[in-house]
Design a protein around this ligand. Structure first.
Ligand SMILES: [Cu+2]
Length: 170
């Protein structure tokens, strides 16, 4: 059916078309914002994404701190986080915390943390973490600290850990 616009309807038609365009424009902005939120990762390295690295500030007097993040391997080949270097700790280990018979156990993991293809490695309180032993400086809440992550196959990347207080849990 052909669209007939009479003179008296023209203004309304123009307004309507503008409105339609405007709605489309809003939809685009909305989609962009949502998309950015859902797919925003802090760091990319090859097929790996590294999201939200943070360290929980240790209790006063403690000389070690734990670091967390989520690493996704979007590729098909496996990789591993094999080493972490920082200027604020000269002794960095990979640990896994687990509950056995109501007792918290911390186990050192040698050879790095595995990153199977198509999988994600979640480092979080009560599970896998990076243990920064022998802290060489005071970590301040709200500041960031640099570190270099070394992956077995993909190479290395400099990241920044946010320093959080104990209450700020994820
Ligand atoms: Cu530990």
């Amino acid at each position: 059916m052909p669209l007939i616009i009479t003179e008296d309807l023209k203004d309304e038609y123009v307004w309507y078309m503008n409105f339609k365009f405007f709605k489309y424009f809003l939809f685009l902005i909305f989609t962009f914002l949502i998309g950015n939120k859902l797919f925003a990762y802090d760091y990319y390295l090859g097929q790996l994404t590294i999201d939200h690295p943070y360290i929980t500030k240790p209790m006063p007097g403690m000389k070690h701190a734990a670091g967390y993040m989520v690493i996704k391997n979007k590729g098909t080949k496996s990789d591993a986080l094999v080493k972490v270097e920082t200027l604020f700790s000269d002794n960095v280990e990979f640990h896994e915390m687990s509950m056995k018979n109501n007792i918290m156990k911390m186990k050192k993991i040698d050879g790095g943390l595995k990153l199977p293809g198509g999988d994600e490695l979640v480092l979080k309180p009560g599970g896998y973490h990076i243990m920064f032993k022998n802290l060489l400086k005071n970590l301040e809440v709200g500041k960031t600290e640099k570190a270099i992550l070394f992956f077995q196959k993909t190479g290395k990347i400099i990241i920044k850990f946010e320093i959080h207080d104990m209450k700020h849990s994820h």
